[in-house]
Design a protein around this ligand. Structure first.
Ligand code: MSP
Length: 702
């Protein structure tokens, strides 16, 4: 029996239409599902829409719609976008070979399961859900409560959401059910300790551990000030009270991962919920870093309280920006539609769906999974031309042309003696390594590394063609055996390329299958066995290819860039950075020591470990960079640092720095700097101060 592999995306809020950021998460999950299916696993994919809560009520009000009408309008937009990006739902088993679901939280079944989970917690641990009252800060954008230490303050003292950079709303005292989150910190730490791969990549695991070590507060999990949510089930301890409460939207939303599999709380007949039993423990939640805490702390705590197993892994990725700008409602040009971008990239391709492949490839190849990405359009065109038009497109074209011209519609024959020599042996070895490395990378959730490995095969095949010169061999009838082997090797390389690109570039892979005449449906594909190169070919009757990834020439690039780059984005083109890091300034006399201070003076400093999340140049200011620094509790501290001459912005994300965290905010160059990072150097900065081990962000330095 094959192993289950259940992969989920976050369910998207319907106050927004799908943009490239949403597409990224969904594509990552889709690639993993396709890959695991190819490895023989029993894959299952889930996505959907998050339809309750205050955010949706407000968005519906703005448009003069009821919340339900807004949901009914927007949910299909998400579903259709994923279909356009190559993901089938209704006939997924027939096409992809595995099941793909789209769940809406307004479905009756989901509501029943959410109420079942609440009831289960109440029955097992009555003290875990208790009645109290809540007042405090709330961000409707995040649908999250903020404590004083988590929120940001403007210089005027206004409370701000660090994620949405908008003022927070004050929730006036409201009766609320609380979940006893505070009781689960140790169990969660223990689980993370025992399952080092529970939260990936490692930087996010560290972030969660830091948060847990700081201690957990109980969580308000119901609201009485609006009704657009799932009703709280009757609570016999407080007759009549529950009727006024709807559940906190995250309690409702997170449960989608379970409800999509069945109803474990009200088993029908004797069957129970077989899909929950089968798939649940294999769940991998793909999420963006903005919602890590909900998935890595709240959700597992709810499950522990209900006595349910935890998912296998939480796979957290970074954020995409567009031309250096955060994707935001206030900058329309950042709200890139993945389908429109795909259509533009498809251009004159004979297989229009390869535009989707190009988007998928770029997003996965450009940035390692946990890091933030930036869509720079010039870089997109460059990568498209180099990797897809040139390396892959040309390879397919050249190989098929030669197979048709010299092989007369056949694929030659393998020659075992020849296979062990020279370029033939090299290509077979590189192919085996590519299959192995890409498999290991995808198994370890590292799609960018997997694509690098696959491209080593693509490039090596181009090298093989140059080394073996099939056109010369074909001229000499005495070398017929050699020609047959070369053609067979080219067919093998194309067949493996077809398999190895299939999870990320499904349209190109299908087109290649058609030209090879292999006739394999996607659902029947299996990942190649690393020592099977050349011996695992299906019957094939190659025909010539038509252009798959037509090169974007300068003229078309100019047209596309003009279309994609409205003035507000064009102005963010990278600012010149003078990198003087490699040329230290001449030695100057050391500055004299400052006057002596007392320990009490030193104690006033609150020094913390920070991790740089983003760094950008500041227009018209050559000396400074604007840094966004993760300080643990506070994830987005803005610090303006005079280090631009020593460090390029892209060298900084991920670096640990030391932050003076309690320095009063200062206005600099129209920006508010909220602290300082420590750096060595008198006039010119030479180095950044850091810690020598991966201390979690927010750790105090003394
Ligand atoms: N509804 C919640 C999730 C509930 S899951 C039980 C939510 N929805 S959302 O519509 O705001 O989508 C959030 C997810 O979209 C992020 O976690 C991330 O996966 C993805 N992205 C949204 N913008 C993004 C970028 N700019 N870059 C990368 N991914 C981003 O939160």
């Amino acid at each position: 029996m094959s192993r289950p592999f259940y992969v989920t995306t976050p369910i998207y809020y319907v106050n927004d239409v799908p943009h490239l950021g949403h597409a990224y998460t969904t594509i990552v999950a889709d690639v993993l599902a396709r890959f695991h299916h190819m490895c023989g696993d029993d894959a299952r994919f889930l996505t959907g829409t998050d339809e309750h809560g205050q955010k949706i009520v407000e968005a519906a009000d703005k448009r003069g719609l009821t919340p339900q009408a807004l949901c009914d309008l927007v949910a299909p937009r998400f579903r259709e976008t994923w279909i356009e990006l190559g993901m089938n739902f209704d006939d997924a088993v027939a096409t992809h070979g595995f099941r793909r679901d789209f769940l809406r939280t307004t479905e009756a079944h989901h509501k029943r399961v959410v109420q079942g989970l609440w009831q289960r917690i109440q029955d097992r641990n009555p003290d875990d859900l208790y009645l109290g009252s809540y007042e405090g800060w709330y961000c409707v954008g995040c649908e999250a409560y903020y404590t004083d230490s988590q929120l940001k303050k403007t210089p005027a003292g206004e409370s701000f959401c660090p994620v949405h950079e908008r003022p927070l709303a004050w929730v006036t005292k409201e009766t609320s059910y609380f979940f006893r989150l505070s009781a689960y910190g140790d169990q969660l730490l223990e689980h993370i300790e025992r399952h080092p791969h529970f939260i990936q990549p490692e930087q996010y695991r560290n972030e969660v551990v830091g948060f847990l070590r700081g201690g957990l507060k109980d969580l308000s999990v119901s609201r009485t000030s609006f009704t657009w949510g799932i009703p709280v089930p009757e609570d016999l301890r407080h007759p009549g009270e529950a009727a006024h409460h709807v559940m906190y939207v995250w309690f409702d939303a997170l449960t989608n991962y379970l409800s999509a599999l069945g109803d474990p709380f009200t088993p029908s007949g004797s069957d129970g919920a077989p899909d929950v039993d089968r798939y649940w423990k294999s769940a991998v939640h793909v999420i963006g870093k903005d919602i890590l805490r909900f998935h890595a702390v709240y959700w597992p705590a709810f499950l522990l309280s209900a006595g349910l197993p935890l998912p296998r892994a939480i796979l957290c990725h970074g954020w995409w920006a567009i031309g250096g700008r955060k994707i935001s409602k206030s900058i329309p040009a950042t709200r890139v539609s993945p389908t429109a971008l795909a259509a533009d990239l498809a251009g004159t391709s004979s297989v229009p769906a390869t535009g989707v492949d190009a988007v998928r490839y770029f997003l996965l190849r450009e940035t390692p999974l946990g890091n933030d990405g930036d869509l720079i359009y010039e870089g997109l065109i460059e990568r498209y031309n180099a990797d897809l038009a040139n390396d892959l497109g040309n390879l397919i074209n050249r190989c098929l042309t030669m197979l048709v011209r010299f092989g007369g519609g056949g694929i030659g024959a393998h020659d075992a003696a020849l296979a062990a020599t020279g370029p033939h042996a090299t290509l077979a070895r590189v192919a085996g390594e590519a299959a192995r490395d890409a498999r290991m990378a995808l198994d370890g959730f590292a799609p960018s590394r997997a694509l690098e490995a696959v491209w080593r095969l693509v490039r090596e095949t181009n090298v093989y063609i140059a080394a073996t010169e099939p056109w010369t061999v074909a001229k000499d009838p005495a070398r017929k055996g050699e020609l047959d082997h070369v053609l067979h090797t080219l067919a093998a390389a194309l067949w493996w390329t077809r398999l190895l690109i299939a999870p990320v570039l499904p349209a190109a892979a299908a087109a290649l299958d058609g030209w090879l005449g292999a006739g394999r449906a996607e659902r029947d594909l299996r990942w190649p066995c690393e020592d099977g190169f050349g011996s695992d070919l299906p019957a094939m009757t190659p025909t010539a290819a038509t252009p798959l990834f037509p090169r974007i020439d300068d003229k078309r690039a100019a047209v596309l860039l003009e279309k994609w780059l409205p003035p507000e984005l064009a102005s963010t083109s990278p600012v010149e950075v003078i990198d003087e890091a490699t040329t230290p300034p001449p030695l100057a006399p050391l500055a004299p020591l400052a006057p002596m201070i007392q320990f009490a003076d030193f104690e006033k400093l609150d020094l913390r470990v920070g991790v740089v999340i983003a760094a950008e140049a500041v227009p018209k200011a050559r000396k400074v960079l604007k840094l966004t620094v993760d300080l643990g509790e506070e994830r987005h501290r803005t610090i303006v640092a005079g280090i631009a001459k020593a460090f390029a912005p892209d060298a900084l994300p991920g670096r640990r720095v030391l932050v003076v965290a309690n320095l009063a905010p200062r206005e600099m160059l129209g920006l508010t700097s909220e602290g300082m990072i420590l750096a060595a150097g008198d006039d010119a900065i030479l180095a950044l101060a850091s810690v020598d081990a991966a201390a979690p962000p927010g750790t105090r330095v003394k």
